[in-house]
Design a protein around this ligand. Structure first.
Ligand SMILES: [Zn+2]
Ligand SMILES: [Zn+2]
Length: 252
């Protein structure tokens, strides 16, 4: 079960061979559930790719193909030596589980040598990562943006989707009727408390003065906070808190 489905964009990959048994905390309570768990386990294991030369992975939005994997087991830098020594000391104090081994320590460094998949003659990169690092693996047939060569979502797509989202938000703000809450856009009833910012409406310059009003409720406080920041930057000092109809009733 190592196939890729047509719509599957990535699998998870790593240095270690696929596990044969899942690390499970507790067990399901019925025999049929335990059976299903074992089936899911097989499928999850099939979704994992062990890194080998030829495997394609994502690095900085681009596809790279592995040329070589170097295990620097005998040649760790001081930082890794110190980290492993610390793990050994911790184990000696606790004596819990098996004694950590250099060859199987999850933090041991590997170097993956890879070339751009689009340009195999380019200078290879040497990427160092700990053994527990999860790589994003690509199938042989993957999508790239024709305009920029990046994997989707490319930087253009991200910029365009965020611009569209911002535009949609602005359109909704521009549709809020005068007198409605500038945060949620809904009507403020006589029973609801509100906060009003005097002066020109900074978000809706098309509306009259003193029209920046918000529900005083938690749900709309984010809008109040954002408006207050802009309002204070323009020299505003104290918004007016309007009592609701209810409060007026109680006071009399
Ligand atoms: Zn692009
Ligand atoms: Zn509101």
């Amino acid at each position: 079960m190592t196939r890729w489905y047509p719509r599957q964009t990535t699998k998870k990959g790593g240095i270690n061979p696929p596990v044969t048994k899942w690390n499970r905390i507790g067990e399901s309570s019925s025999a049929s559930r335990r059976y299903q768990d074992r089936v899911h386990e097989k499928l999850a294991i099939a979704g994992y790719v062990q890194l080998t030369p030829g495997v394609i992975f994502i690095y900085e939005r681009a596809p790279w193909r592995i040329v070589e994997i170097v295990d620097r087991l005998q040649d760790w830098d001081d930082e890794h030596e110190a980290m492993f020594a610390g793990i050994l000391r911790a184990w000696e104090r606790s004596q819990r589980g098996d004694k950590p081994e250099r060859a199987t320590w999850a933090g041991r460094p590997f170097v993956v040598v890879a070339v751009p998949d689009q340009d195999p003659t380019a200078k290879p990169v040497h990427l160092e990562a700990p053994a527990h690092y999860t790589w994003q693996i690509l199938p042989e047939h993957y999508l790239i943006c024709r305009a920029c060569g990046e994997l989707p979502p490319c930087r253009h797509e991200e910029a365009e989707t965020s611009a569209d989202r911002e535009m949609a938000r602005t359109e909704v703000l521009m549709e809020i009727p005068a007198g409605h809450c500038m945060s949620c856009g809904e009507h403020i009833t006589r029973r609801q408390k509100s906060t009003r910012f005097p002066g020109p409406n900074l978000w809706r310059p098309d509306l009259p003065e003193h029209s920046a009003i918000f529900h005083a409720r938690e749900e709309c406080s984010d809008g109040v906070d954002r408006y207050r920041t802009a309002w204070e930057a323009r020299g505003g000092t104290r918004p007016q808190t309007t009592l609701s109809f209810n409060d007026l009733g109680e006071a009399s």
